[in-house]
Design a binder for this molecule. Structure first.
Ligand SMILES: NC(=O)c1ccc[n+]([C@@H]2O[C@H](COP(=O)([O-])OP(=O)(O)OC[C@H]3O[C@@H](n4cnc5c(N)ncnc54)[C@H](O)[C@@H]3O)[C@@H](O)[C@H]2O)c1
Length: 221
């Protein structure tokens, strides 16, 4: 199996893991020179390029997409249309229209499309899976979930503070994969409809004078 990696931050980590299990990393791609230098040091024989389109003709069996979160769909569709297997690291689409185009591309392609959502393998998800499978939890009618990042609020703010970076420009609800995928795994479901509702943000802003002092104020973001 010969693969290429697009995006060499998380992607380099994926490349190392792939290499460890015997997959050949034959091409690496990133416009960032520092990240490229780090990748070249680890994979000196791999072809390197700043332009992902060059990988379409690089003799790949598969490609790992670990570029910006909100820019995977175009690449995934192009590689699938060349019969190259795609593994998209966590995010896939930024709109419903992109999602529909990606599904159509995966269905018409001779290659496979994989969505690398690792949260289904986390211990708590696997424990719930076992409880569902054993019947311990009975028939599941409703599951509510939330993804709690382990970073401190300060570190999270630092991570999403740059509006030019994808972590700063995507809407707060966009990175829902770590919440949704464990639910889909537990339910064995294929989503066909999404119902959304706003979350009330409770603040301790000064209440209107007619309110009792100190009452929380509900704000709709
Ligand atoms: N599953 C997980 O737990 C997990 C963890 C971290 C990141 N991720 C996913 O991995 C992806 C990348 O995240 P990250 O933290 O590495 O982001 P990052 O911003 O640190 O790195 C992205 C890299 O992609 C490069 N890039 C951007 N556009 C490119 C293009 N057109 N062609 C080639 N390279 C391009 C950037 O230069 C950068 O080096 C995201 O989709 C993210 O959701 C998943």
């Amino acid at each position: 199996m010969r693969i290429g990696i697009v995006g060499l931050s998380r992607g380099l980590y994926m490349a190392e893991l792939a290499h460890r299990i015997g997959i050949e990393v034959i091409a690496v791609c990133d416009p960032d020179s520092e990240r490229m230098a780090a990748a070249r040091a680890e994979f000196p024989d791999a072809r390197s390029t700043e332009d992902w389109a060059e990988l379409l003709d690089a003799g790949l069996d598969g490609v790992v997409l670990a570029n910006d979160f909100d820019a995977h769909a175009e690449l995934a569709i192009a590689f699938l249309d060349r019969g190259i297997h795609v593994l998209s690291e966590t995010a896939a689409c930024a709109s419903e229209e992109e999602g529909r185009r990606l599904i159509a591309a995966a269905e018409r392609s001779t290659a496979t499309y994989s969505f690398a959502e690792n949260y289904v393998f986390h211990p708590h998800t696997r424990l719930l899976r076992e409880s569902v499978d054993s019947g311990e939890l009975g028939a599941i009618t409703l599951v509510e979930a939330d993804y709690l990042h382990s970073l401190s609020p300060r570190d999270t703010a630092a991570l999403i503070g740059d509006p030019a970076h994808w972590r700063g420009r995507i809407p707060p609800t966009a990175y829902c994969t770590h919440t949704v995928s464990p639910l889909l795994d537990l339910a064995g479901a294929w989503p066909v409809e999404v119902s959304a509702f706003p979350v009330v943000r409770v603040t301790t802003a000064p209440p209107p004078s007619c309110w009792q002092s100190g009452s929380p104020t509900a704000r709709w973001p």
